[in-house]
Design a protein around this ligand. Structure first.
Ligand code: UD1
Length: 336
C-alpha cells in the first residue's frame, strides 16, 4: 500500500487522520516535534486501529534532519499538518509563527521536489477568506489578509504552494481549507488536547462543564445575526479526517483536475455560539455556566462553507451532525 507521511500526526486533526488512513489500509509514517502534542497519542492510535505507526520526532524547520528522513524513507504522499495554530499567541509573537509555519513548509516542498514525491496535501484554513460577508463561501471567493499572523501564515503558505506548483508540473497539490473542527474520535481515545487555557470554543465549553473552568465567556451578542452571537461552521473532526483520505485517493489516482486544487471542508451549515451551547447542554445534560461579555478582537461575524466542490470532486460530504460532535467532545473530556 502507498506510504503516507503525516506531519503533525500526533496533533488533533493529524491523529484522527492517521486513524482513518490506517482504516483505509494506508501505511503511515508520522513526523512530529511534540511541541503541542504528546507521544502517548500514539497509544490511542494503536488501541483504535491495532497498528502503531512509524514515528519520528524532529523539527521540520531543521533541513538537515528533514533531508536525512527523505533519504531513508520512500514516501508516496505527504499530508502536512504540522504548524502552530494559536491565534492570540501569533499576534504576540508573529516571527515564531512565520518562521515555524513557513520554513517547515518550504523544507518539505523542497524535499518533495528533490525526491519526486508528487502528492501533497496541505492543511489550510477558512481564515484566508478574512472578514467576508458572502457565506456560504466558495473557493472562488478572493482571499484577504487574515486578522492574525497565524491566519496570514496560511495565506502566505497557499501563495508559496501556488508558485511552486506553477513551475513543478509533476507536483499534485490539494489545499484543504478547514472551517471549525470540533469533537473527538468516538472511542474517546484521541481528541483535542489544548495546553493551558483553551482559546477555542468547544474545549472551553467542555472544560467549563467538567469544572476545570469557572465560566464560559461568550464574546459578544450584538452581532447582526439571528441571536446576536457569531456564526461558524462546526465540523466533526472525524468527518474532516475522512476528507483527507479522499484527497489522497484523488491525488494517487490522478483524478485532480489541476496541479493545485483548493477545497473548503465544512458542513455547509452555520450555527451560532448560543445554538452550540444549547446543543451541548442537550447532549450532555449539563447546565453550562456562561456569560455574555464584550466582543473578541479579530472575530468574524459569520462564516460557513459552500462545500459543493468537495462534494462533487472529492466525493466527500460531512456526515456527522453537531450533536454527535459535541457528545464526542464531552465523552473525550470525561475520559481525561
Ligand atoms: C480560529 C481561527 C481559525 C483557526 C481556529 C483554530 C480566525 C479568524 N479563526 O477560529 O483560523 O483555525 O481558531 O485555532 O483566526 N468564543 C467564545 N468564547 C470562547 C471562545 C470562543 O464566545 O471562550 C466564540 C468566538 O468569539 C467565535 C466562536 O466562539 O465566535 C468560535 O471561536 P474559536 O473556537 O476560537 O474559533 P474561530 O475564532 O472561529
Amino acid at each position: 500500500m502507498p506510504k503516507i507521511l503525516v506531519t503533525g500526526g500526533t496533533g488533533y486533526i493529524g491523529s484522527h487522520t492517521v486513524v482513518e488512513l490506517i482504516a483505509n489500509s494506508y501505511e503511515v509514517v508520522i513526523i512530529d516535534n511534540l511541541s503541542n502534542s504528546r507521544k502517548e497519542v500514539l497509544d490511542g492510535i494503536k488501541k483504535i486501529s491495532g497498528i502503531m505507526p512509524e514515528f519520528f520526532v524532529f523539527d521540520l524547520c531543521d533541513l538537515e534532519k528533514t533531508e536525512k528522513f527523505f533519504q531513508k524513507n520512500k514516501i508516496d504522499a505527504i499530508i502536512h499538518f504540522a504548524s502552530y495554530k494559536a491565534v492570540g499567541e501569533s499576534v504576540q509573537n508573529p516571527l515564531k509563527y512565520y518562521r515555524n509555519n513557513l520554513v517547515s513548509l518550504m523544507n518539505l516542498l523542497e524535499m518533495a521536489i528533490k525526491y519526486e514525491i508528487a502528492n501533497f496535501v496541505f492543511s489550510s484554513s477558512c481564515t484566508v477568506y478574512g472578514e467576508t460577508k458572502n457565506s456560504p463561501i466558495n473557493e472562488e471567493e478572493p482571499v484577504q489578509k487574515p486578522a492574525s499572523p497565524y491566519g496570514n501564515t496560511k495565506k502566505i503558505a497557499e501563495e508559496i504552494i501556488s508558485d511552486v506548483a506553477c513551475v513543478n508540473s509533476f507536483l499534485k497539490i490539494i489545499s484543504l481549507r478547514y472551517f471549525n473542527p470540533i469533537g473527538a474520535h468516538e472511542s474517546a481515545l484521541i481528541g483535542e488536547e489544548p495546553r493551558g487555557i483553551p482559546a477555542n470554543l468547544v474545549p472551553y465549553i467542555t472544560q467549563t462543564a467538567i469544572g476545570k473552568r469557572e465560566e464560559l465567556k461568550v464574546f459578544g451578542n450584538d452581532y447582526n445575526t439571528k441571536d446576536g452571537t457569531c456564526i461558524r461552521d462546526f465540523i466533526h473532526v472525524v468527518d474532516l479526517a475522512q476528507a483527507h483520505i479522499k484527497a489522497v485517493d484523488c491525488l494517487l489516482k490522478n483524478k485532480n483536475q489541476n496541479n493545485l486544487e483548493i477545497f473548503n471542508l465544512g458542513t455547509g451549515q452555520g450555527f451560532s455560539v448560543l445554538e452550540l451551547i444549547k446543543a451541548f447542554e442537550e447532549v450532555s445534560g449539563e447546565k453550562l455556566n456562561y456569560k455574555i461579555v464584550e466582543r473578541r478582537e479579530g472575530d468574524i461575524m459569520e462564516i460557513y462553507a459552500d462545500t459543493k466542490k468537495a462534494n462533487e470532486i472529492l466525493g466527500w460530504k460531512a456526515k456527522k451532525n453537531i450533536k454527535e460532535a459535541l457528545l464526542s467532545a464531552w465523552n473525550w473530556e470525561k475520559a481525561n
